[in-house]
Ligand binder design. Structure first.
Ligand SMILES: CC(C)(COP(=O)(O)OP(=O)(O)OC[C@H]1O[C@@H](n2cnc3c(N)ncnc32)[C@H](O)[C@@H]1OP(=O)(O)O)[C@@H](O)C(=O)NCCC(=O)NCCS
Length: 172
């Protein structure tokens, strides 16, 4: 599935994205705010492309004008104990591309995708102090739900405070 927005094309990942992904994801300013270690080797990119990024509704965020990779966005759909369909949204944008509204634009597209998938509530979490992501969550219309203290992130060996925000989608 390919999603077009005003400036972006959200498309499935391919192994051919490894070099561009590696260049963006080796920067420690990305992974440490997402809960994973910066990539050290191109093999890290190949591995993530064949596992995490191969999941359904995981998209490479690219510029429509040039095709270049600018980031990543994904929606993971689960059901809770009452069988309510819950979507978890996660994203990052490469440092050279920050501040252009790309995360918000991709986020709006993913919300529309969640509606198509009959998701009832979307959850967006960010680490305490990640003000850029807090702002993205606000711009997308999420409301703050709660904070979770001491959440373990084994990949980076840290316990962190996480803010949980949510967006209720209209039933249809
Ligand atoms: C969070 C992130 C995805 C934002 O990407 P982006 O494309 O720059 O986001 P946008 O341009 O759509 O919006 C960012 C908003 O945050 C604001 N912002 C940026 N840095 C900020 C800061 N330190 N404090 C407060 N607001 C900040 C911007 O001004 C903008 O708001 P505005 O449109 O009202 O001016 C990007 O910074 C990133 O990938 N960070 C590292 C990984 C990460 O945090 N991922 C999310 C994990 S929950």
């Amino acid at each position: 599935m390919i999603i077009h927005t005003q400036r972006l094309c959200l498309r499935p990942w391919s192994d051919a994205d490894a070099p561009a992904l590696f260049e963006l994801a080796r920067d420690p300013r990305i992974g440490t705010l997402c809960g994973w270690k910066p990539y050290e080797l191109i093999d890290d990119a190949h591995e993530v492309l064949s596992t995490v990024l191969a999941a359904p509704n995981s998209y490479a965020v690219t510029l429509s004008s040039t095709g270049e990779l600018v980031g990543s966005i994904a929606l993971r759909v689960d059901a809770d104990e009452t069988e309510t369909s819950i979507g978890n949204i996660g994203y990052w944008i490469g440092v050279p591309y920050w501040g252009n509204g790309y995360a918000s634009e991709a986020g709006r597209a993913i919300i529309e995708r969640a509606k198509e998938l009959c998701v009832e509530t979307i959850i967006l979490k960010y680490f305490d102090g990640n003000d850029a992501s807090r702002r993205v969550s606000e711009k997308l219309g999420f409301t703050w739900r709660n904070r979770e203290e001491g959440v373990e992130y084994p990949l980076i060996g840290k316990r962190l405070t996480v803010h949980c925000t949510e967006l209720a989608l209209a039933a249809h």
